[in-house]
Design a protein around this ligand. Structure first.
Ligand code: B12
Length: 246
């Protein structure tokens, strides 16, 4: 089958599986990602290989996660959210059994603890969310010894989203896929500095997520969940499933 037919079939499968689940997918070529990252982070696939970057939007929590934990006994899992996302992504493999698919989650690490994929870079090259890094500043205002982590901003959801990983179609080459730049929603140095300082110095107050006006953000119960230490989340989920059922 021609690669454009394959891509259409895969797009349809994603649409069918994920219509109302609160996930988004953005296509990219592995080569676009590999061209950015240093050697240890490169993915071992030909440059034109097709991949989909996966994002959970603010309503994934209510649309997918709360229904999932009422159906599946997972409250003792290491991370019930990761288990729910993995279950959703595995549906792609079930829907497309003829494809060789590799799923790399945001939390997957090599034995030396290096992340298997840098999702912010993948999100940038896929055009989904601009990855703001220190090197984007025209004038760097910080002490050279200060470590400044970069952060991605989605044009609709600001910082109210999470990257969930990449789905790679190892046998599909898409030489003609067109790259789209992610919208640069923070055009000035002042805005970029404000974002990076909020993310690095006070990420717990959520304010970096509101650096632009957003179309949707986490509900109060979702903020409560993510703001609760993992060891105390089980009890919280038990009460949330009761109110979700009610
Ligand atoms: C390790 C890690 C941490 C570590 C270290 C952070 C770091 N950035 O290194 C710690 C524990 C501190 C941490 C903390 C947090 N984290 Co964290 N973390 C990660 C993780 C797993 C890997 C990041 C990493 O190791 N990067 C390695 C470095 C070297 O990568 P880099 O700096 O981007 O460098 C690359 C780019 O510059 C690229 N590159 C070079 N040139 C160019 C040019 C262009 C144009 C581009 C696009 C790229 C590019 O090449 C470099 C590599 O060679 C990611 C998930 C993932 N798998 O990516 C989440 C992630 C970065 N964390 C995230 C978050 C939200 C947090 C927290 C807020 C906690 C939380 N989970 O709620 C805090 C806040 C940070 C803080 N202020 O302390 C989110 C960020 C979302 C976003 N909107 O950007 C991520 C993406 C997780 C996710 N699933 O969404 N985190």
């Amino acid at each position: 089958m021609a690669s454009s037919d394959n891509v259409r079939k895969i797009d349809e499968a994603f649409d069918n599986i994920f219509t109302t689940t609160g996930f988004e997918f953005h296509k990219f070529k592995i080569g676009w990602y590999n061209d950015c990252v240093d050697t240890p982070f490169k993915l071992d696939c030909p440059s034109d290989t097709l991949a989909y970057l996966t994002i959970s939007t603010p309503n994934m929590f209510e649309k997918s996660f709360l229904p999932y934990i009422t159906r599946v006994d997972c409250l003792d899992a290491r991370d019930p959210i990761d288990q729910c996302v993995d279950t959703e992504l595995q549906k792609v493999k079930e829907a497309l059994p003829d494809q060789e698919i590799e799923i790399i989650h945001d939390y997957d690490l090599h034995p030396n603890r290096r992340p298997k994929v840098l999702v912010q870079t993948a999100g940038h090259v896929a055009g989904s969310a601009f990855y703001y890094q220190r090197k984007h500043m025209q004038k760097d205002p910080w002490d050279k010894d200060k470590n400044i982590f970069g952060v991605s901003i989605h044009p609709k959801y600001g910082g109210w989203f999470a990257f969930r990983g990449v789905v790679i179609f190892k046998d599909i080459q898409v030489p003609d896929l067109e790259q789209k730049d992610p919208p640069d929603v923070l055009p000035t140095d002042e805005l970029k500095q404000e974002l990076l300082e909020r993310f690095n110095d006070r990420w717990q107050d959520w304010s970096y997520r509101d650096i632009i006006p957003v179309e949707g953000k986490y509900s109060e119960q979702q903020k409560l969940y993510f703001g609760t230490a993992p060891k105390d989340r089980k009890q919280l989920l038990e009460s949330m499933t009761k109110s979700h059922d009610a």
